[in-house]
Structure formats: C-alpha cells, structure tokens
Design a protein around this ligand. Structure first.
Ligand code: PFF
Length: 450
C-alpha cells in the first residue's frame, strides 16, 4: 500500500467520517431548497423512494468495493476490471469531487459569514431585512471569494494532515451537537403560529406533481448528492477500512442518519417559513434557509445564541463534507500518480479555488449571473450538471460495475464476510443489478424525452 494513504483508527471512526461526508449543506441547505422549488411533499416522497431503492444499495456497494480493493475509485475499478470502459468511473469521480467542491465551498463561505453575523448581532429579524441581507451578502464578490478561498484552504489543511488525525477528529464532536440543535429548532418551528400550513406543504403530497420527470430527476439527484454517492467518495472512505471491519450495518446507519437530518431540516424551514406572512418557498432559491432561519432564531429566547450555534455547526457539517470532496481527487493523485499528499492537496486546492470564482460571481448581478447559453447562472449550471446528471449517471455506472462486472457472486461474497444481516446478499444483489441501474436509466431517458 502506498505510504501516504492512511487508514481509520477504528470502525466507529469510519462511520463518523462517512456520516460527516454525507451530512452537510446538502441536507440542511440543499434539501429544503429543492423541496421549495420542486413543489413540496411530492418531492419528499420521491426522495425517500430514491434513497431506499436506488441509493442505499449503491452506498453499500461503494463501501464494499473500497474495502475489498483498498484503493480509491480509479484504482479499485482497475483492480477488479483491468480492461474495459470502467475507468470512466474513476475519471468521473475525480472530476465530480473537484467541481462539486468548487461551488459547495461558496455556500460554505456564506455559512461562515452568517456565523460572524450571528456572533456580532448582525442578523435581521424580519422577512424584508433577512431577504435584503442575503441579497447583499451573496452579491459581495470580493468578500465571497475570500471566504470561499478560506474554506477551501482550511479543507486543504485538514486533508493534508491525513486521514486519521484530520478527518476523524473533526467529525467526532460536532455531529451529535448538530443533531440536538436541529431537534430543538424543529420543535420550535412546528409550534409557531401558522406552522400547520407549512407542515401540510411539506407532508401532504400532490400526486399529480410526483410524476413530473423534472421533479423526479431533481429528487434523485438530491438523494445522490446528500448521500455523497455516485462519485466514489464512499469507495475512497471504504478503502481506508481494514478488511476485517464489517460495513453492512454501518452503511445502513449512514443512510438513516443522513435522511433523518434532511427531513429534520424540512421540519425547521417550512413551518417557520409559512408562519411568516407572504412566504413563497418557490421564489426563494438558494437564499431560502438564510432568509427563514434568522427569523426563527428571533422567536427564541436567546435567539442570537441559537443562531451562532446553528451556523457554527452548519459550517462544521459543511467542512466534514468538503474534506471528503477534496479527498477523492487527492487519493487519486496519491494512488495513481504516486504524488505526495501535500502536492496533491495543493494542486487540487488551487484549481478548485480558481474554478469557484465564477460560482461566487453568479449572484447579485455578478458577471456569471446571466449566461445566455445556459439560460441561468453559472452556479445553477454547476448544480444541475453535477448533482442532477453526473452523480446519478456515476451511480448507474457503479451499480452496473458492481452487479455485472464484479459480479453478483463475488460482490455477494464480499458482503457475506460481514455475516448475516440486512440486506441479505440476494436482496442486495437484486437491487444493485436490476433496480438501481434500471431506475436511473429510465429517469435519464424520460428527462431527455420530456
Ligand atoms: N453529501 C454532502 C452534503 O449533503 O452536503 C455533499 C457531498 C459530499 C457530495 C461529498 C458528494 C461527496 F462526495
């Protein structure tokens, strides 16, 4: 094994780090934003179906591939299939890690600025003020370049320290705290006057909406993004596991925790949002949580403290995710090109930072806020390409690779090493061979036709 790879201190260390990768802005920022744009409860329903039937089997599969091969995506694929077109999985992984990080860090930069505002009592408490604050903050190009760069720099520093010391330690403390805070906020939100309307929007699906291919596509893409799936992040994390570590229950736990936290975020945003007069979830876009949350904090005794704690924990959740995004291309450079870790981190970090600038300048009438060729902002283009297309396509390729190239028998043997449990190798084999790839394939076809 190349020297610079590293490994987890323990199996709980893996669970913590993988959950840290999964839980992030995708849950707390992305999920409510997408529910708002995708018509409410119908989106939630499709999301849950996608998580259970499409994503969970792939997640377990990624971890198994990593543990088996003890290599990141490109190396693992080559070890199992030295010939054939499967190397595209490795290529996609490196590209997705790098490019997703480039726009993810922009939102992470906002959360750090909101943390600062909360600490310095700079948050607005009414609807108008909150909206204006977000507009002004996101339009400030130079400041956002600074905070995005800061976030990428911190991530690079941590990834450079290596697996055990950096990533595991950062996840350990903050995740349970984040969960407790989210529960408190959700309880406050659902007990606000007028919360019922928000709950209905969030929980009562309009089934005519559920059959819209665009909403289905967005929901499936969001499920992949939220679970850090389809780009080999979990192959990479699985590769730092010892071969004797069991992964089945850990994988199911990661799916369960990630989904619970996304759902909790919805219970916070929609009841609170609808309790505010004139709230329109569709119109808010990427600013949704930043406009709603400060008003929710204002209803709490000691609201400022809540605000500060919330944005601190959200920044940390984002941080444990950016670490995994950067770790994928870095592991690739270490495994495949024999680069030292430091060189890999510097090169990928610098590229990502440069590429984040157009995403920063997509807001507030910046240079990249209206691209005629794509009919929207550069930032939206990135979210669309990577979340809604690249990750599901990557997931389809990975499921085909595991189910048909590695083969149900060998993959099943790898799962059998864990002893009996849920899902059984037969059930899992069926899902990953037939259900996941077919569902994604049909989705892609329908979106092209629709
Ligand atoms: N799952 C992360 C989130 O929900 O915020 C985002 C992410 C991290 C996606 C790592 C992909 C990845 F490899």
């Amino acid at each position: 094994m190349p020297n610079d790879r590293g490994s987890w201190g323990s199996r709980p260390g893996f669970i913590l780090a993988a959950t840290g990768s999964a839980v992030g802005l995708g849950n707390i920022w992305g999920f409510p934003t997408q529910v708002g744009q995708g018509g409410g409860a119908a989106f939630v329903l499709i999301y849950l179906v996608a998580v259970i039937f499409i994503c969970a089997p792939i997640l377990l599969g990624e971890v198994l591939v990593g543990r088996y091969a003890q290599l990141g995506p490109a190396g693992a694929v080559r070890r199992i299939a030295p010939t054939g077109p499967w190397w595209v999985i490795g290529l996609l992984a490196v590209a997705a890690g790098t490019f997703i990080l480039s726009f993810y860090a922009v939102i992470a930069g906002w959360t750090v600025q909101y943390l600062w505002l909360a600490v310095t009592d700079g948050l607005a408490s009414d609807a108008r003020g909150s909206g204006e604050l977000f507009d002004a903050l996101s339009a400030n190009g130079s400041q956002n370049i600074l905070f995005t760069g800061l976030f990428i720099g911190l991530t690079a520093w941590c990834v450079n320290r290596g697996i055990r010391r950096g990533i595991e330690a950062a996840s350990r403390l903050m995740m349970p705290l984040l969960f407790v805070l989210l529960v408190i906020l959700a309880i406050r939100s659902v007990t606000l006057p007028g919360a019922g309307e928000g709950l209905a929007y969030y929980l009562r699906p309009d089934l005519s909406q559920a059959l819209n291919p665009e909403i289905i596509g967005a929901a499936v893409g969001q499920a992949f993004f939220s679970l850090s799936l389809g780009m080999g992040a979990l192959i990479t994390y699985g590769s730092y596991l010892h071969r004797s570590h069991a992964v089945r229950s850990a994988s199911m736990a990661i799916v369960g925790i990630d989904t619970t936290i996304a759902l909790l975020a919805g219970f916070i945003i929609f009841p609170a949002g609808f309790s505010i007069a004139g709230f329109d979830p569709t119109a808010s876009g990427p600013g949704l949580i930043f406009a709603v949350l400060p008003q929710l904090f204002a209803t709490l005794p000691g609201g400022l403290l809540f605000g500060a704690a919330f944005f601190l924990l959200l920044s940390v959740a984002a941080f444990t995710s950016t670490i995994s995004l950067l770790e994928v291309p870095v592991a690739h450079a270490i495994d495949q090109w024999r680069w030292p870790r430091r060189k890999a981190v510097l090169a990928v970090g610098a590229f990502t930072f440069a590429f984040s600038i157009p995403s920063v300048l997509s807001f507030g009438g910046g240079f990249f806020s209206e691209l005629p060729a794509v009919g929207g902002t550069f930032f939206n283009l990135m979210v669309n390409v990577w979340n809604e297309w690249a990750l599901p396509v990557g997931g389809m390729l990975i499921s085909l690779f595991i189910g048909w190239r590695w083969g149900a028998r060998f993959a099943g043997d790898e799962l059998r090493r864990d002893g009996p449990g849920f899902p059984s190798p037969a059930l899992w084999g069926f899902l990953i061979r037939f259900v996941s790839p077919t569902a994604i394939f049909l989705l892609i076809v329908f979106r092209f036709v629709g």
